[in-house]
Ligand binder design. Structure first.
Ligand code: ADP
Ligand code: ASP
Ligand code: MG
Length: 417
């Protein structure tokens, strides 16, 4: 008997028929003798609907109340699934994050899980129940409802699997695994049988929304065996077949079946670029510009300082688009006059495209091939950043799909390894 955590996303829970299929799949695993904890997302579109509803009342909704509202989507889904499982003759019980006591900090809208009390879940499992838990939510020390950021149900599932020391965490979604890039953008994208934890961490942080980044961080920290697979297959397919489908996140590079240099391409349109023009090139300038940005709790991603000409330089960096206006305001109000910058320019029509692969460590020439491929398409690179296993470029967002498709082909990602 194994303890398995399943997670079903919005599309997988998207209609009563799909919820009944989830119940059939869960019942199949339970009947094979396993203990099952099932984490659910809200039905597809529901979280957006709830957030829009809040914005129709207030243009800058109170973050605490926003979490009270946004968390209800998962509460509905968990009740529906528990009912559907009971209809199949099994015992099931649902819990909100607060009922389990998934304790988080109090950073509303992007709270972090601090601890999980597994006692209630364990005693239900011992009684033969299937336990259904609402994803995406927790509760802070004072009993306030919190949510974990968009896509946060992945994190709820992996954190529960870690707390319960589950044998495996299966993330069921609307694609049958992790692909070389988003298959909705590049139909030739190929499913990876395995991807290393490090690569998955980079892909998630660079924009592949198939797993929320924090879920991958948890999996790495607690070594949770993790697999991404489809919820849209026949729910009654054999367990053996299902257990080896999808994509396994591995912790050992050696055990990786495919040894491609590049494993995948990630992209995102979530960032904006800001340039502070004509600043004196002297020690402390980066701190003078980025200090107030950090004080305003705005995260900075890429940073570039140009070579100085006559003691003057330009300083560029990127921030999340949601925080773009706030960052511009901080610079204009607190920094510009202070450092006598000639201008502050912003561009929120950019995107970041990244190549990811542990094979880069041992292969030279990847960056130059990337830059050549983009230049042959006439795509101008605005910023570059690299690490041991990734290269990211910032380009004009109108070239995003062209860049991803061309790079996918140039690096033979559509070819079997
Ligand atoms: P869920 O609701 O199940 O959490 P998400 O929409 O959050 O599902 O994540 C699944 C989606 O992630 C897929 O439909 C796909 O469009 C997108 N995606 C982005 N990059 C990748 C990738 N490299 N491999 C697979 N899917 C990806
Ligand atoms: N329902 C939440 C969202 O749409 C959480 C999730 O789906 O993982 O972001
Ligand atoms: Mg998701």
């Amino acid at each position: 008997m194994a303890l398995i955590v399943h997670k079903y996303g919005g599309t997988s829970m998207g209609s009563p028929e799909r919820i009944k299929n989830v119940a059939r799949r869960v019942a199949k695993w339970k009947s094979a003798g396993h203990q099952l904890v099932v984490v659910v997302s809200a039905m597809s579109g529901e979280t957006n609907r709830l957030l829009d509803l809040a914005k129709s009342i207030s243009s800058s909704p109170n973050p605490r109340e926003l979490d009270v509202i946004a968390s209800t989507g998962e509460q509905v889904a968990m009740g529906l699934l528990a009912m559907a499982i009971s209809e199949l003759g099994l015992k099931a019980r649902s819990y909100t994050g607060a009922q389990v006591r998934i304790l988080t900090d109090n950073a509303y809208n992007k709270a972090r899980i601090q601890s999980i009390d597994e006692s209630r879940i364990r005693s239900d499992l011992d009684e033969g129940m299937v336990v259904v838990v609402a994803g995406f939510q927790g509760v802070d020390e004072r009993g306030n409802i919190t949510t974990l950021g968009r896509g946060g149900s992945d994190t709820s599932a992996v954190a529960l699997a870690a707390a319960l020391k589950a044998d495996e965490c299966l993330i069921y979604t609307d694609v049958d695994g992790v692909y070389t890039t988003d298959p909705r953008v590049v139909p030739e994208a190929r499913r990876l049988h395995a991807v290393t934890f490090e690569e998955m961490l980079e892909m998630a942080s660079l924009g592949s929304k198939v797993l929320q980044i924090r879920s991958v961080e948890f999996a790495g920290k607690y070594k949770v065996p993790l697999r991404v697979l489809s919820s849209l297959t026949d729910p009654l397919m054999s367990l053996e077949e299902e257990a080896k489908s999808g994509t396994l996140i591995t912790f050992e590079e050696d055990s990786k079946m495919e040894q491609a240099i590049i494993s995948g391409i990630a992209f995102n349109r979530d960032e904006a670029k800001i340039t502070v023009m004509g600043v004196p090139d002297r020690p402390g300038i980066a701190y003078t510009i980025l200090g107030p940005i950090g004080d305003a709790n705005i995260d900075v991603d890429m940073i570039i300082q140009n070579a100085s000409v006559d003691g003057m330089t330009d300083f560029s960096f990127t921030v999340h688009r949601n925080e773009y206006q706030q960052a511009l305001d901080v610079l204009n109000n607190q920094v510009k006059a202070h450092i006598k910058a000639t201008d502050i320019r912003g561009d929120n029509r950019i995107c970041k495209v990244s190549l990811v692969g542990v094979g880069m460590r041992t292969h030279a020439g990847i960056a130059s091939k990337m830059f050549r491929t983009l230049s042959e398409e006439g795509i101008n690179i605005l910023m570059i950043s690299t690490s041991e296993i990734k290269i990211s470029v910032v380009i004009d967002e109108k070239y995003m799909e062209l860049a991803v498709r061309t790079l996918h082909k140039a690096f033979d990602l559509d070819q079997p390894v």
